[in-house]
Design a binder for this molecule. Structure first.
Ligand SMILES: Nc1ncnc2c1ncn2[C@@H]1O[C@H](COP(=O)(O)OP(=O)(O)OP(=O)(O)O)[C@@H](O)[C@H]1O
Ligand SMILES: [Mg+2]
Length: 511
């Protein structure tokens, strides 16, 4: 599609780029930002939740237009008015939220995305051939005939990357690609990124993890509240320096764990069987019990039944056999509302689709759990003043960046700020049982630290927490006991003192 690049050539450049959302935000979302990507490099973009990383990426890839400033592609000023324009200029982006259709195969999904772009259509068979070619070239292991619903998140992400590589872009932008990946999957991704860079592409890599930047990036640009703080060569930067550029002074919370004060059983799972979307057993005979004052972690590679287990507990999916008991009451196959009424709060895996109502405002979203109970509702009448005050207090406490509570639709919030809103709504008063699916997904360092702190406080207050995460480090930091899921079964439960990365890692691999 475009001529070969030379190493070090500036492929795309943002000059003094301004993005304003007039009437919504008083400040500029991007305030005269300079940024460039060169052939052969991985350029990381770092910054707190709401810093403007995704907006900048969306401008470069045609999803947003800029308010002021200039974009140059290989030295030439251009106007990128749409994602199709961006593709034409050799720029492709992999978004954080996946958009694959679960009931279709890889090749069908890619063919569909080509059709949707409306440039030309492509027979599925040819797509499959090309997928094989591309996956060989970049070491992206993907079977074009596999159904998406059979794939782990890591595999699905490879499909999303292939979907963009199809257009042979010179510049590939990835928005927080590692947040849902296991360590191994992330390592594999880094190799692929490196390979693409070595081939002469420019890679933009958005992440919250400084460690990952040190490992894979050549340069890093730090944004803070819409302003560029600086661009550094990673070889010359230190972790402390990057941390400081990102958030200024910061004392991380060290999850200091007092010995648990284990109380009564809260969640009892007895010989549970649950089907997956494909009609096969996803959860196969799982049994365990969590207690008040305890964090029970569930580790496992994505796609080993964790999602279906959580959905069954929270009423989103039917159990076909076995029992779910919450505080002594039968909670098997109850509706999500009935489960919530039993004192269960849920931080879901899919924050945009399940966690919020995107078209509703911040205050409405904040009240999804509590609008129909006193003191917010009395004899069926909502106390809007109280609801407003409550929402504002939570926004402050959880440091959510939102311009207004009544007029702001949640869809415009940054990913990390949506996650904060869900945490605030579900955890503001210590629930009896918390079902948390990678709760720190997409949060910046400071917010991760605050969230871990909050989990420890809830545990002290006697909440029972079921923590499901692919982030082994997080599981090891927080959990009192850790269960490992493999192939639909709970293959073992380990006390925290005996749990090391090696022990759990081996169990996760089915050994
Ligand atoms: N369509 C929009 N309308 C109004 N404001 C928006 C829109 N899109 C983004 N914003 C705002 O722009 C700011 C920057 O958002 P952006 O998504 O770029 O943050 P981010 O750096 O990617 O953060 P995160 O780490 O949470 O993903 C946020 O305050 C966000 O609410
Ligand atoms: Mg973002």
């Amino acid at each position: 599609m475009s001529s070969p690049t030379t190493r070090g050539e500036v492929l795309v450049e943002a000059r003094r780029v301004v993005k304003a959302f007039p009437g919504i935000w008083e400040h500029l979302i991007l305030d005269h930002v300079d940024f460039d990507v060169r052939a052969g490099e991985v350029h990381a973009l770092l910054g707190e939740n709401g810093a403007g990383k995704t907006v900048l990426a969306n401008i470069l890839s045609g999803f947003y237009t800029l308010s002021e400033g200039e974009i140059r592609v290989r030295g030439r000023p251009v106007k990128i008015k749409s994602p199709i324009d961006a593709i034409r200029y050799g720029i492709g982006m992999v978004h954080q939220e996946f958009t694959l259709v679960p009931s279709l195969t890889v090749a069908e999904n890619i063919a569909l995305s080509i059709r949707r772009r409306n440039i030309f259509s492509y027979p599925v068979k040819e797509v499959a051939t090309r997928v094989r070619e591309l996956s060989k070239r970049y070491g992206l292991r993907v079977d074009p005939d596999m159904l998406i619903s059979h794939m782990s998140l890591g595999e699905q992400q490879r499909v999303e990357i292939l979907k963009v590589l199809f257009w042979e872009p010179n510049v590939l932008i990835l928005d927080e690609p590692t947040s849902v990946l296991t360590l191994e999957e992330a390592n594999e991704l880094f190799k692929i990124l490196r390979r693409m860079a070595d081939e002469g592409k420019g890679i933009v890599f958005i992440t919250h993890r400084i460690e990952e930047i040190m490992r894979v990036a050549d340069r890093v640009t730090v944004l803070r509240l819409g302003k560029k703080v600086g661009t550094l060569s990673v070889a010359e930067a230190t972790r402390e320096q990057l941390l400081c550029m990102m958030i200024g002074e910061f004392e991380p919370f060290r999850a200091e764990r007092k010995p648990p004060r284990i109380g009564e059983p809260v969640l009892e799972i007895r010989d549970l069987y649950v089907y997956g979307d494909d009609g096969r057993e996803a959860v196969r005979g799982v049994s365990f019990t969590t207690h008040a004052g305890e964090i029970f972690g569930i580790a496992g590679v994505a796609g080993n039944g964790q999602s279906e287990l959580v959905e069954a507990i929270t009423g989103l999916r039917k159990a076909v056999r076995g029992r779910i008991i919450i505080l002594g009451q039968d909670a098997t196959n109850k509706s999500p509302r009935e489960v919530a009424e039993m004192g269960v709060r849920h931080i879901p895996e899919e924050r945009r689709r399940v966690g919020v109502a995107e078209a509703m405002c911040v205050a409405e979203n904040m009240m999804l759990r509590d609008y129909n109970v006193a003191p917010f509702s009395k004899r069926g009448v909502l106390d809007l003043r109280l609801i407003g005050e409550h929402s504002k207090a939570l926004i402050e406490r959880f440091k959510i960046l939102a311009p207004d509570i009544w007029n702001t639709e949640v869809r415009i919030l940054s990913g990390g700020n949506i996650q904060r809103l869900i945490l605030a709504r579900e955890l503001w008063r210590a629930p009896k049982l918390v079902i948390a699916f990678h709760p720190t997904y997409g949060l910046d360092l400071k917010a991760v630290s605050h969230t871990h702190d909050l989990f420890m406080q809830l545990r002290e207050k006697g909440s029972s927490i079921l923590l499901v995460s692919e982030d082994l480090e997080e599981i090891l930091t927080l959990s009192d006991r850790i269960g490992v899921m493999y192939d639909g079964r709970l293959v073992g439960v380990v006390e925290s003192e005996k749990a090391t990365t090696e022990v759990i890692g081996r169990m996760m691999a089915g050994m």
